[in-house]
Design a protein around this ligand. Structure first.
Ligand code: NAI
Length: 258
């Protein structure tokens, strides 16, 4: 498919996991993709890997690394301005970068509260504010934010749940503000996805990634955790022309778990 031929997209947190799968699929469907991540060498590696795919070259896609910390206002402004000037515009922003710093409230430090809010929520404000200038002038754009099922509450994740619930309110509000400029803003809220993030949680809690996934899968109607590509597929739908009348929504992707 070439749904994104000629489209220009930035995906944050794209050196691995859901962000990588999203950047890869966008490029494979023809987009020019900025693979943005704070881990510069890993972003370079990811961009090279994406650019090497036969689908990407056949369908006119491309990928280039942007080594940026999404919590750094100046770095975000500079990176977005550089991308826009090199590509001639920007059509899609996927706000995906995120971290966890889990702890029960009595052990949670202010630093871990702040870091999670900054990385998972304030980053979306910075990146969205930076791209909307160009999108408003173009009269078109798509922003897709990655929230989480944890927005509904998850023991040990007061900081992360607050940030991810904030993402949903931010999404609904940007949809109101940017809708009149033909820019849609939506969110996905995944449950458990097999990525470096959930593998790290497993080792922190003394389990193997396999055990941790099996425990989670037992509570999911589909009987398994999600693959990053399955989340990417929903993000691409929301970023595509097919989603032209979907605005301000959060789509839960958790295999049917309530
Ligand atoms: P991951 O850890 O594999 O990927 C996150 C990426 O974000 C990493 O490449 C990391 O370097 C990057 N990143 C972190 N801080 C950054 C910063 N300050 N600036 C730029 N990049 C930064 O994790 P995963 O699972 O792919 O997570 C992607 C998104 O999905 C996150 O927002 C996460 O909260 C969300 N999510 C993940 C779920 C899961 O089960 N894995 C479930 C629900 C939501």
């Amino acid at each position: 498919m070439t749904r994104f031929a000629g489209r220009r997209a930035i995906v944050t947190g794209a050196a691995g996991g859901i962000g990588f799968a999203t950047a890869q699929r966008l490029a494979e469907e023809g987009a020019s993709v900025g693979v943005l991540d704070v881990r510069g060498p890993d972003a370079e590696h990811a961009a090279r890997q994406i650019a090497a795919s036969a689908f990407v070259s056949e369908r006119g896609g491309s990928a280039r690394a942007l080594a940026v910390d999404v919590t750094d206002e100046d770095a975000v402004e500079t990176a977005v301005a550089g991308f826009v000037s090199a590509e001639g515009g920007i059509d899609i922003l996927v706000n995906n970068a995120g971290i966890t710093r889990d702890n029960l409230i009595f052990r949670m430090t202010l630093a871990d509260w702040g870091r999670v809010l900054d990385t998972n929520l304030t980053s979306m404000f910075l990146c969205s504010r930076a791209v909307q200038r160009t999108m408003v002038a173009q009269g078109s754009g798509r922003i897709v934010n990655v929230s989480s099922r944890s927005a509904l509450g998850n023991r040990g994740q007061a900081n992360y749940a607050a940030a991810k619930a904030g993402v949903q309110g931010f999404t609904a509000t940007l949809a109101l503000e940017l809708g009149p400029f033909n820019i849609t803003v939506n969110a996905v809220a995944p449950g458990f996805v097999r990525t470096g993030m959930t593998d790290a949680t497993a080792s922190r809690t003394g389990r193997s990634p396999e055990e941790y996934r099996a425990d989670a899968a037992a509570r999911i109607p589909l009987g398994r955790v999600a693959e990053p590509e399955e989340i990417a597929a929903a993000i691409l739908f929301l970023a595509s022309d097919d989603a032209s009348y979907i605005n301000g929504q959060t789509l839960y992707l958790n295999g049917g778990a309530r």
